[in-house]
Write a protein that binds this ligand. Structure first.
Ligand code: ATP
Length: 197
């Protein structure tokens, strides 16, 4: 999966629609202090499903919406779209567009190639591609120290993310839940059949 474009509208300081093109190789973001460099990285995390407002440096998730300035009113929503090139033979036909939108007081909604999906589906897409909101590939300020100080269990999670197997845990939990429900149904069926004897 190769990220190609990040589009922001109403996200943090990006009140006007803005687009970041991500070319193959290295992409550098330079600018004076406070111009929004970290906000760009946060937008990338956010569209991939970040659920923690604290990780977005806010008190609540609505804090990612442009809060207004001396000359501009606050916005009612924020939207971030990420376009990525994928395998031509995969479920998305080679081009994936994930859009996350948040409305003040109404929470987030996701779309993948125009279809409404759950946050969990978005998480799985990126986990399978060995990336995601918590990918160790996204290195923000202070993160290096956090990686060095990580506990063994946290390091294991980082390695699993890098290996692209993090999504398997979610699938395993789902499969176990279905298995338990099926076992309960079977037990009930056996009771009913015993009652018919
Ligand atoms: P530095 O180089 O100092 O780390 P930076 O370029 O990474 O800075 P950011 O931290 O991305 O800058 O951007 C900070 C700016 O974003 C601040 O001016 C802050 O007021 C603004 N900002 C953050 N959230 C919002 C919001 N919801 N609405 C409007 N502006 C916001």
């Amino acid at each position: 999966m190769h990220f190609q474009r990040l589009k922001l509208s109403g996200f943090k300081s990006f009140v006007e629609p803005a687009e970041l093109r991500i070319e193959p190789g290295l992409t550098g973001v330079v600018g004076p202090n406070g111009c929004g460099k970290s906000n760009l990285l946060e937008a990338l995390r956010w569209v991939m499903g970040e659920a923690s407002a604290k990780a977005m440096r806010g008190a609540g998730m609505d804090d990612v919406i442009f809060a207004g300035s001396a000359s501009r009113p606050a916005r009612a929503f924020a939207e971030v779209a990420l376009t990525a090139q994928t395998d031509p033979d995969d479920a998305w036909g080679g081009e994936l567009e994930v859009v996350r939108r948040i409305e003040r007081g109404a929470g987030s909604a996701y779309r993948v190639n125009g279809r409404d999906v759950r946050a969990k589906d978005v998480g799985l897409i990126f986990a399978d591609a060995a990336t995601g909101a918590h990918s160790p590939a996204l290195v923000s300020q202070g993160r290096i120290a956090a990686v060095i100080a990580a506990r063994p269990a946290e390091r294991r999670m980082m390695l699993e993310e890098a290996a692209g197997i993090a999504g398997l845990h979610v699938r395993r939990r789902d499969a176990e839940q279905k298995l338990r429900a099926t076992e309960a149904n079977l037990a009930r069926l056996e009771d009913l059949m015993a009652g018919m004897d």
